[in-house]
Design a protein around this ligand. Structure first.
Ligand code: EPZ
Length: 435
């Protein structure tokens, strides 16, 4: 099991470019299946989750050629419409392929993705939307069998502006020859990126970025085209916070400033000075940061993915902060690890109360999930001394070369293979004693 070894206390200073968005790459990779041609995608992050996506797409019949951040997908032939259970379990967001497979082949078989580290992650809104569009859905032996041969025009009103459900409806409607409207749609920037991609491919989607989206389904799409994935707004927010938590000074290139504004406003409220240029952002954090309150909301509210990361910074701000997590029901697991580094935090239902400390203490901690793991990296950058963060596989799922980027910015962080922490040693000795 890989770990990060971080000798913290250094300022994060310098200039870096962001990578492509994980949460935009995944639905757009799925959308390439709509094309009976060859698609070239640029700025695709080289991370665990995109690699899983390539594996599933090849099982469906695609030929995928990956050269660093450029991916060429030949989806002229799709000869399978089943997403393997083990890959669904490895990456729950592969459910996003269902809509694309349905559009292309009119059938799709997949299993319930199952929960993950931050919540139950149901897909009831996806299924309810499909059924109301006349898509035939059967459940047998834990598998969901879909058939869209009798799909109809329709208007879906989502109970909750679910990002995945919005994306899955857009994908299922794109080659349906039907007209589908989505009300209370998610408004995240990743939905706009998906719309731009589908329209460049030859589809017809409008309204993304608002809560009303319209899809005029086509019969088929056959073209050769290329598209550049938008920058990763959560990685950018994470890098900004790495400078904030170390009283540093960072300049990030390849930024769509309008995507990151909710995070910028919070960091300014905490006392950071931020300059926005065309596609660059500069943050300086010379003084002691101030506590502030935080509520996660669907876009354009404060993004839930930044909650653990900004909370880590609030952990060393002056004063007490109240955080309310409104999107996922179990997104505070990282706090128990932060407390091992000295954080003063209590959880009351959806709220977490964090009383700022002077500085984190180095410790041996374990990543609990993707963004919770990133929160621990930031705390380790702040702590003077050696912190070991194990289970970093979670972090490698969603951040491209995070340690390399941070080293370029002055951090003393490196990956250690096979570092096991006390708990695992105890378990190993217990096994040896009683085997
Ligand atoms: C996407 O997940 C992102 N993942 C998440 O990022 C992000 O946190 C989330 O959107 C919200 O912005 C990808 O894009 C791959 P949702 P998604 O459907 O689509 C409930 C990260 O760290 N819900 O908007 O799964 C659900 O349980 C990840 O990069 C239902 O109840 O999010 C959650 O409480 C984490 N029924 C809320 O809605 C459904 O059918 C938001 O989920 C679907 C969702």
């Amino acid at each position: 099991m890989q770990s990060y070894i971080v000798n913290g206390g250094e300022r994060i200073e310098g200039s870096i470019s962001s990578s492509g968005s994980k949460n935009s790459s995944l639905p757009i990779l799925a959308a390439t299946i709509l094309n009976k041609g060859i698609t070239k995608l640029k700025n695709v992050p080289n991370i665990h989750d995109t690699k899983i996506m390539f594996e599933i797409m090849e099982l469906l019949g695609c030929k995928v050629e990956c050269n660093k951040n450029e991916v060429i997908i030949d989806s002229r032939v799709i000869n399978n419409y089943e997403i393997p259970d083990e890959l669904m379990r490895q990456m729950r967001s592969s459910v996003i392929l269902a809509g694309a497979i349905l559009s292309r082949t009119k059938k799709a078989i997949f299993s319930y993705p199952g929960g993950c580290d931050i919540g139950a992650r149901p897909i009831d809104l996806h299924i309810k939307a499909y059924k109301s569009l006349g898509i035939d859905i059967k459940e047998e032996n834990g598998e969901i069998l879909c058939d869209s041969l009798n799909m109809e025009d329709g208007t879906i009103t989502l109970d909750f502006p679910s990002v995945g459900a919005t994306e899955n409806i857009i994908l299922a409607a794109t080659l349906s020859n039907k007209v589908v409207n989505i009300k209370n749609a998610a408004m995240e920037p990743e939905i706009v990126d998906l719309q731009n991609f589908i329209n460049k491919l030859g589809g017809c989607v409008s309204g993304a970025g608002t809560n009303n989206i319209k899809i005029i389904g086509r019969n088929e799409i056959e073209t050769n085209m290329e598209y550049e994935i938008m920058p990763d707004r959560i990685e950018i927010g994470t890098l900004l916070c790495s400078a904030a938590i170390t009283n540093g000074n960072i300049n990030i290139k390849n930024v769509k400033v309008e995507h990151i504004l909710p995070v910028v406003y919070k960091l300014e409220e905490m006392g950071c000075s931020i300059k926005l240029k065309d596609n660059e952002i500069n943050l300086m954090a010379k003084n002691k940061l101030k506590a502030c309150n935080l509520k996660t909301m669907p876009h354009p509210g404060f993004p839930t993915d930044m909650q653990p990361i900004l909370s880590s910074v609030l952990g060393i701000a002056k004063g007490t902060s109240i955080i309310v997590e409104n999107i996922f029901e179990n997104r505070y697991k990282y706090l128990s690890e932060l407390k091992r580094m000295g954080a003063k935090a209590t959880i009351e239902g959806k709220a977490a109360i964090i009383k700022g400390i002077k500085r984190y203490n180095p410790a041996k901690v374990e990543a609990t999930d993707l963004r919770g793991g990133a929160a621990l990296v930031l705390a380790a950058l702040n702590a003077k001394g050696k912190t070991i963060i194990s289970n970093i596989g979670y972090i490698l799922r969603g951040y491209e070369n995070l340690d390399e980027k941070l080293r370029k910015l002055g951090a003393n962080i490196y990956v250690k293979e096979g570092e096991i922490i006390e708990k695992e040693k105890r378990e190993w000795f217990r096994f040896l004693l009683f085997k």
